[in-house]
Every structure is written in C-alpha cells, then in structure tokens.
Design a protein around this ligand. Sequence first.
Ligand code: BT5
Length: 271
Amino acid sequence: MDLEAIQQALNHLPLGPVRFHRQTGSTNEDANHWAQAGAPDLALVTAEEQTQGRGRLERRWFTPPGAALALSLVLRPDQTPVDAGRPQALARLTALGALAVCSALEDISRGELQPEIKWPNDVLLERRKTAGILVEISWEGERFTSAVLGIGVNVSSQSVPPANALLFPATCVEAALGRSVERLELLGAVLERVLYWRARLNSDEFLQAWQEQLAFKGEWVQISRGDPSGPTMKNARLVGVRMDGGLELIDREGKLITLQTGEVSLRPVEK
Ligand code: BT5
C-alpha cells in the first residue's frame, strides 16, 4: 500500500484528508493528535505497521507490516448523531465500527463470510477474533468535540498473534475465506460501511443489525471482570443488546442482568 494507491481506492468516498504511514506507533494516537490540531470530520490515518497499537484497558494490539488493516477515523459531532451520554456514545460508536467491519466482510465475500460481534468491540469469524475496535472520545462537558474510531482487521495469516499472546482465539480474513483478499478493497468496503451506518446511528435498522450480528445469542457465556482469564463473575444466557449499548443476559436464577461496556469479558461456556 502507498498513499497514492489508497487515495485512488477511496476516491469514490466523501472522506476527509488521508495520512498514511509505513510504520507508526498507533494510528489512534496519530488521529487524536490530528483531531486536537483541527482535523476535519472523516480525516483518516492508516498504517502498514503499528509498533504501539493499542486495545482497551492499556492492552496491546498486534499489527505486523503488510498483513492487516489499521485505520483511525476522526468523527466530528455535527455529522455523528449520538445524542446520548458518555457510556452510550462510546457503545454506539464502537458498534458503528464493528457493524461496518461485519458488513464489509459480507460485501467482499459476497455473503460467504458470517461475521459476528462479540460484545462490546470484537468481530469474530468462525468464533475467532478477526478485528478489534477502539473508540476514543474527547469531551467538553456533556458534548463530545471529536471521536476517533480505530479499527484493526487481521487480513493475512502473519497478522494473527501467537496463541500464547492472546486472551481469546484469533484468526484472519484470508484463513476464514480460504483465499487471498485485496487489502485496499477491504479498506474501501469498511469505510463505505462506516459512512452507511453512521448515517443510521439512531435508527431501528442500526439496532436490528447490531442485534442480528451479536455472537452467542441464546447461549451461555462466562462473564469475567477484566480479561477472560480474570475472576468469573457468573455464567448467564445472552439475550441481546439494548439501544443504550447495554448487554442483557439471564442468570441461572432467571434474573435479568444488564452489563454496560466496561471492564468485563465474555467467553462461551464449554459444554
Ligand atoms: C481491541 O481491544 O480489540 C481494540 C483493538 C483496536 C486496534 C485498532 S488498530 C487501529 C487503531 N490504532 C490503535 O492503536 N488501535 C486501533 P481489546 O478488546 O482490549 O483486545 C486486545 C486484546 O486482543 C489483546 O490483549 C490480545 O489478547 C488480543 N490481540 C492483540 N492483537 C490482536 C490481533 N491482531 N488479532 C487478534 N487478537 C489480538
């Protein structure tokens, strides 16, 4: 990939300016700085390699050169209709990234791939983590001034970290699809779908798509504090997601539990 090829692949989309790095620390870090310096809506940072790629809770995100997508998009509030409070806005924008990746994977595979969203921010293929979303929002009081939507997608096998570095099993798009994938095509499809879903952020269609893509629906999952290896809080059957981003589950006693995006992890209960 290079800047010219990226711009050409994206020239049908109404994006802001694009920055491309062969290697950077973190595209989210870059986009946050750029947003503070006045980057317009839909300014895009993308990189071939990240040396300090980050996940939630100070975790690391692995992006070796030439094997993945690593991108961060600046979103400005006037074009991004999230009218809710802080946790809800974070949940909704995270879902925007996850839904965009799911739709893009369906588009480029012509329906062969069946991606799922592992609440709150992972995209799974064949029940393995293939993409992660990290949203970082800057607030002024109750109004957000900018959000950075960070998306990492494993495309070819070199992008998949060794199993001992992982909290949850991982795979890549090419392994799930059984053929090679053009990263520029996937990049264009993801961004096209970010635009599509952003225009529908508060719609029933958005909630329905989020609900439909949710992994482990109707299944028993183990809820842990922090990492999936952390202490188990309890097992419960997953019901669905609510408009405010909360996840609903029913425990063994039949009690409804709602989890908010935060320091919890889900993992299927082994039968
Ligand atoms: C995430 O965090 O899944 C969010 C990842 C966001 C990455 C993008 S890339 C572009 C932008 N720039 C950045 O610096 N970040 C964003 P979390 O749910 O906390 O998951 C992190 C965990 O996923 C790690 O602790 C590992 O166990 C695992 N992991 C790390 N790299 C992975 C990879 N390439 N594929 C699958 N799992 C990975």
